[in-house]
Design a protein around this ligand. Sequence first.
Ligand code: GLC
Length: 489
Amino acid sequence: MRGSVIMDEDSWNLRYAEALRDIASRINAVDGLITAYNTNIDAIYRVHPSTIEEMVKPYSREVLGRIRRPPRRILDERDLLAGLILCMMEGLGEEWLILDPEVSDMIPEYFARSELRMGGQAGNMANVLASLEVPLIIPHVAQLPKIQADLFIDGGRIQVPRISDGRILLVPVREAVRPGDKSLIHHVFEFHRGRRLSIGDFTAEIPRDNRFIATYDDYNTRLEIDPSFRRGSEIAGKVDGAILAGYHFLREDYLGRIEASLKQIREWRKVNPRLFIHLELGCTPNPRVRKEIVEKVFPLVDSVGLNEQELAEVMEVLKPSHGMNLRDLRPGETSPIIYEAAMVLSRLTAVRRLTVHTEDYSIRIVRDTLGIQPEAELYSLLFGSAVAASYAAHGRHMGLKAVESGLKGIPLSLEGMREFENLAGHLPADARDSFRANGFAKIGEAWLIFSVNRDVEDPATTTGLGDASTSAMVLADASARRSLPLNQS
Ligand code: GLC
């Protein structure tokens, strides 16, 4: 570990370069990863404030009322506009379920679609991992028409289980098309910071690049698991880890479906006791669903990831008295609040590795400290951030070489640097120096790890960035575990 100097921009850049070099040298040690559960198609709309202002005119008072008390589900076009405007004004990245398919069908009549892209955590992460040349990636795909299969990066690394003569085979995803399946299209509205939006007497400047997603999807929201994927537990023996997501938009009337997934996770563990399982929470508007995930899925996984908004939502159902409120998060002063909440959450749930990612920085709390390599934990965070920055800058997954070479052109987040300082000042005196000098420190029973993100000025995409960062981070975690002795992994 280094002495008691403060990490400045040069030292963060150096750490990034080391992280990329180190992880590049050990990706080969990873056999593969599973990504489950949600895969879909995203219809992307790039929205301009003027279009929205025009659309909302006939019912602006009503929409403003719904923004004040967000329904967080969509029954008509006014709910849709309320969700979209709320996210634009606050810079939020929410996803609301559309409950009436007619509303979903109507969207393309009002908004001009700019493209169709891979969507869903499982689908997005599979493509990121393929671009990083992980040898085998096994995504869960509930519906696999040709249009969905074609959105996977080709090259044979991405394979799905198929039952043939009672045996489970892995088949390259493009050869596994089921032509009669449905195309699960989610509507993704991307917007950019800095533009002004006026509704009635109300005007706001969009504070952040982000997106609002309106989803009608009868398969993923019911956690329909493809029968071959459900029965093929052997797949867990072929991989090092699994990344789970997609519980976030589970419909409350299908909450019981979580059980099938829990059973599957337990079976995977039996097949492969060394399997590293990460859960990425996602924006979960329904508090009952959120509580169920925390109570049932958290105990089964090794690692959990979420953003600051999701952290506030979880604290609301888990410990309302803790009172973490998103509105208290003023720019420049967020890291101590997020750190405190993350500590409480990791203590209450006993999650061994908890990562909170924000636009400008990530905070990781590790409780399972046996054999911990804090440097490798930091590298995982930096690797995630580098891969996400590259995706944001290009709107495409460019592969490891391009991530490395493109990094110099993407500055560090100054906000993240400020928050680093800020958090250091908040820590107990005996941890402060080590934290300042290294980006990590032991605090009581836990390790705290902090990374400053890169800041992409004018991102080519605002969707799937979390998926890029999570999958790269878990890949790095899985590769680090490969180097641990058996009894410590
Ligand atoms: C959610 C959406 C999906 C989108 C993804 C991006 O899972 O349902 O459409 O691609 O988030 O992270």
